[in-house]
Design a protein around this ligand. Structure first.
Ligand SMILES: [Zn+2]
Length: 181
């Protein structure tokens, strides 16, 4: 992991548990940089980060969320407002910010930073209704998603290792994955 982050003031990494590490950064700007640039894939897995104040017991720190830049496609112009996009983002996770492109976004999509809960399934292409608007379906893509299962929607394994994916599914080349591309 040390190779993942290189900061002028350095970073100390201490293993706390099998899958739990304490990162000590010596500069506040480095802390914000590392948090703003989530997600951090490593060795086909995802590193979940949580800033602590120092009063917590390690076992009690909830590390369940990770920042993802999400592209929402084909959002009507009337829904490309701060309020509407915040409402849409809240259907996926905790809204954090936009990418500053305003109402126009990137033309075919708008990009928002959200914190989906990693203990739940990632959101499928979504059907959303905002206020009095009609019901829309918005395809979603996640930037820098780590290994991900198209069959069950969970992070951490591919569909061939998935308990929900059967041999008969693999014989069917036209298999439609509920969470697939
Ligand atoms: Zn699976």
């Amino acid at each position: 992991m040390q190779t993942l982050w290189s900061f002028r003031r350095g970073i100390d990494i201490t293993q706390v548990d099998k899958h739990l590490f304490l990162l000590t950064l010596h500069n506040a700007k480095d802390v914000q940089r590392i948090l703003k640039r989530e997600p951090w894939p490593f060795d086909k897995r995802l590193i979940l980060l949580k800033q602590v104040s120092g009063v917590e017991q390690f076992g009690m720190v909830p590390i369940t969320k990770c920042g993802f830049w999400i592209k929402l496609y084909d959002v009507p112009i009337c829904l490309r407002t701060n309020d509407s996009l915040t409402t849409l983002a809240s259907k996926i996770g905790t809204f954090v910010s936009f990418d500053g492109k305003g109402m126009v976004g990137h033309g075919s999509f708008v990009k928002i930073l959200v914190l989906p809960c990693m203990t739940k399934l990632l959101h499928k292409p979504t059907v959303s209704k905002v206020g009095d608007s009609p019901v829309y379906t918005f395809p979603i893509t996640y930037d820098n998603l780590s290994i991900f299962c198209y069959a069950c929607g969970c992070l951490g394994h591919g569909f061939k290792e998935c308990p929900d994916f059967t041999d008969s599914d693999s014989d069917n080349n036209d298999a439609q994955f509920p969470y697939g591309p």
